[in-house]
Design a protein around this ligand. Structure first.
Ligand SMILES: [Zn+2]
Length: 490
């Protein structure tokens, strides 16, 4: 069990918030405007503040269809032409908490297939007898996703792998000086010779083969390009770049993939660890540079802190081209898959997880709530309904605004004027300054306020009358709780 496995406790439930109907969407794009920054760096008290800003340029105000889409000049970009190699059942098995029995592996493989990933990568059949049996069992499921297994660059492993029924074999070997010296101890000549032998053998069986270096970013560039060029010439389907230690930055990824794109004609796969939190950004930039296949795992689980997470990558690529991503994947299944894997490895979904984090579509500040109610695109780049989810506006807090409260008033079917809604909003803020109000608290206040207005006991601005009504309601509620009606059953 990881020490952090129970660290993220799930928060207050969604009953504390207002679900906002998923209609009234506007597809019109927003324009970039000024961000409201002051036009000078000295505030009213005459204090010079840190930070710099640039005067907004007029050209930024022009209409942009989707500012997150690939630019026309990105000729190499594969943001709208990529494959996911889902490695929860290989890389994910290397996560500290992971132990997948056969039944769980099959459930995960079926869920990933139903979601629509193009490839599912499995642990090497040479790892254990059960790993080999599970690999064969998953190959027999008849999934639409291609099944791959991941092996060392060694003929013994290759012979076992090709007998399992997989659609392809991913071959890997360490090429960095660290791994050559401290891991397998082989030189580049030996690595190249073995790679050729293994690739030709796998190809002779009529299945796909990928050759990847390990720790690519700390490998000698000349060595790397030379071996990739060699394997490309003998017909490897893909070459792989792996940021095995999770240290690369987006610019390094872009440069290496782009350089490789100019050297080989086969597909390019990237495998990116997340030790510095860059795995999604690096995957995105790899696609921009011409990579064709991205390795992911559900929730990013894998060695140490894992690799590019499936959900985060999908969120990022959806922002670039929603229609393409929607056409490829069954997005509402994402939550189910993440829950399945989270349960299997005994972790919670992190609160800040893209798409499925508990507050991913929750809006709090009054100014946000107002804009969201008018047009959700103002503060949402991902549409919750595309993922089978709902947006919420949280209203029982001091940052609330009357527009959000009005929306709740309407949901409750209460009739209040705008002035009355503003008046009751002031009361919510006053109470929330003492403690956050639950949805129940807010609803009670709205109902008491409404009935006071209806009966004529209350008018806008009559704070004492409202307090009196609230006290009376509380006393009545306590009275009911103290002497519950007894149901007769004779
Ligand atoms: Zn890895």
């Amino acid at each position: 069990m990881c020490p952090h496995a129970t660290g993220d406790s799930l928060p207050a439930d969604k009953s504390e918030m207002v679900a906002i109907p998923l209609n009234g969407e506007s597809s019109t794009s927003t324009t970039n405007g000024t961000n409201g920054a002051p036009a000078y760096g000295v505030n009213k008290q005459g204090i010079k503040k840190r930070g710099t800003w640039r005067a907004p340029d007029a050209h930024l105000n022009r209409e942009v269809k989707n500012p997150y889409a690939a630019r026309a000049s990105d000729l190499l970009s594969n943001l709208s032409n990529f494959n996911i190699i889902e490695s929860t059942l290989r890389e994910g098995e290397q996560f500290a908490n992971a132990f997948f029995d056969t039944k769980t592996k099959i459930a995960i493989a079926k869920a990933l297939d139903a979601f629509g990933v193009e490839y599912i990568e499995l642990t090497s059949p040479c790892a254990s007898e059960q790993s080999r049996a599970d690999c064969e069992a998953i190959c027999k499921l008849g999934l639409k996703a291609k099944i791959l297994t991941h092996i060392r660059c060694h003929m013994d492993d290759a012979r076992v792998a090709v007998e399992t029924g997989v659609d392809g074999v991913d071959v890997v070997i360490g090429t960095s000086s660290y791994l050559r010296e401290f891991s397998h101890g082989k030189d580049m000549a030996y690595i190249t010779k073995t790679a050729i032998e293994v690739i030709e053998f796998v190809k002779s069986k009529g299945i796909e083969v990928r050759f990847s270096s390990e720790d690519s970013f700390r490998s000698d560039l000349v060595d790397l390009l030379s071996i990739y060029q060699t394997v490309d010439k003998i017909g490897v389907n893909r070459v792989g770049i792996a940021d095995t230690v999770g240290c690369a930055n987006p610019r390094q990824v872009y440069d290496l993939v782009r350089t490789l794109r100019g050297v080989v004609s086969c597909d390019i796969e990237v495998h990116l660890h997340n030790d510095t939190g860059m795995a999604i950004a690096n995957a995105y930039t790899a696609l921009e540079a011409g990579a064709t296949h991205i390795d992911t795992s559900v929730l990013g689980i894998g060695e140490r802190v894992g690799i590019t997470p499936l959900g985060g990558l999908v969120a990022c690529l959806y922002a670039a081209n929603p229609e393409y991503v929607k056409s490829k994947y069954n997005l509402p299944m994402l939550r189910e898959i993440e829950n399945l894997v989270a349960e299997a490895v005994e972790v919670n979904i992190p609160f800040m997880n893209p798409i499925t984090g508990y507050c991913a579509f929750t809006h709090k500040a009054g100014i946000h709530a107002k804009a969201i109610l008018n047009n959700p695109s103002t503060y949402e780049i991902l549409k919750p309904e595309d993922f089978g989810l709902t947006r919420y506006v949280s209203i029982g807090h001091r940052l609330t605004g009357w527009n959000a409260v009005k929306s709740r008033v309407e949901q409750l079917g209460l009739q209040l004027t705008d002035a009355e809604v503003k008046d009751v909003t002031a009361k919510i803020k006053e109470l929330a300054d003492v403690r956050t109000q639950s949805m129940d608290d807010v609803d009670t206040l709205l109902r008491v306020y409404h009935s006071g207005i209806q009966s004529g006991e209350l008018a806008v601005g009559q704070k004492e009358a409202l307090d009196r009504l609230l006290r009376r309601h509380k006393a009545e509620a306590q009275g009911r709780a103290a002497s519950p009606s007894v149901e007769r059953s004779d």
